[in-house]
Ligand binder design. Sequence first.
Ligand SMILES: Cc1cc2nc3c(=O)[nH]c(=O)nc-3n(C[C@H](O)[C@H](O)[C@H](O)COP(=O)(O)OP(=O)(O)OC[C@H]3O[C@@H](n4cnc5c(N)ncnc54)[C@H](O)[C@@H]3O)c2cc1C
Length: 403
Amino acid sequence: MTAPSSPQSVRSPILEASPDASASSVVPDFAVLGGGLCGRLVAWRLAGAGHRVALYERGGPEGGEAAAWVAAAMLAPLAEAAVAELLITELGVESLDTWPRILAELPEPVFFQRNGTLVVWHHADRTEAPLFERRVRANAPRALADAHFTTLQGAQLDAAEPALAGRFARGWLLDGEGQLDNRQALAALAAGLAQRGVQTHWNTTVDDANPPPARVTIDCRGLGAKPALPALRGIRGEVARVHAPGIGLTRPVRLLHPRYPLYIAPKQNDVYVIGATEIEGEDRSPVSVRSALELLSAAFAVHPAFGEARILELNSQCRPTLPDHRPALFWDGDNTLRVNGLYRHGFMIAPAVADEAVRVAEALLAGRMQNADGFEALRAESRWPAMLHDRRAEAAPRAHEPA
Ligand SMILES: Cc1cc2nc3c(=O)[nH]c(=O)nc-3n(C[C@H](O)[C@H](O)[C@H](O)COP(=O)(O)OP(=O)(O)OC[C@H]3O[C@@H](n4cnc5c(N)ncnc54)[C@H](O)[C@@H]3O)c2cc1C
């Protein structure tokens, strides 16, 4: 990893000096604020459509400042239906099919698999199992649950995941679910931005009082957008990364647990991401002893060979979350869109959310969204109307309300 250069602030309305003065002096079509997961995807898609795009990220190209850097990057719409509503499941199903097409176009390889999710539980936590199944079946489309929720008993479970043979009496295989390597994805997207000619401003913090010049601004700053979206909050998540040769899990394993769902996601080269806590608050301090003990002992209880694993990293980040726990695209009534609220599902839903952001952003650039009616027309055409918000109209007092 290269050492980041010293952080800068953006001053308006300048564009930084560049050897190609003609390129740098033209106001870009789009300024994307925040180059975490969502910002990189949106900027890459817009540049691919031929637009002139500038991206501003307070961290470096590796993405170390983003929630996306810490994420396990499981793409599990059915497993997540236990804690998410239908909109999230549908965005997740759509995105799971889109990821392979995105990854095929990126200039660097990214580990991606669709080998399903295995859900297991210890005997002592068996009362969690019917609750989980009931929640998934209540929230997910029936056809999805019927087709991909398979009960495994004894030898069936042993055959599906030989590394766990004899360890669990029952489990569920949610086949077709996926995962990818988050850090490879961030690196490949950074390479994709360079390949598509995006003007990247790494180590550059955007100040809300002085936004960079652009015809349309797309704010993808995750929790960093709080000055503009005060309802946003962080939900702290802690994870461990370990190196555990010889265990050989073939897919993410979720362990039902009374306090929060625990998972072990196998990446390449015997690396496992073990996560994750869900703690209200924007505390970015290091992982607590309690959380480390819980995460690591959960892994040890799933397979005792995790006792010999080497801890590569204990890390924490905050998931950018809106009050309804839904992703949202806010239009400010002028030239700014804000894409946020990806919460614990960013990787799972980002392709569909970014596609919708690109559609709305292009309409804004083309002058198709000059007033609330234009926005309503766009919402009427949307596959995901619940995600689209006209902030000016929503803030205006209704006819029956006092002014
Ligand atoms: C522990 C944990 C586990 C997770 N596991 C999963 C999972 O398994 N599956 C899944 O789908 N999702 C998972 N997530 C969620 C996922 O990581 C997030 O939903 C996703 O990263 C949100 O994307 P984003 O682009 O909105 O925000 P981020 O990825 O946080 O990116 C925002 C970017 O904006 C930049 N920024 C902020 N302020 C400024 C500023 N003023 N100027 C310039 N740049 C700025 C930041 O540096 C950052 O790079 C997990 C998250 C956590 C914390």
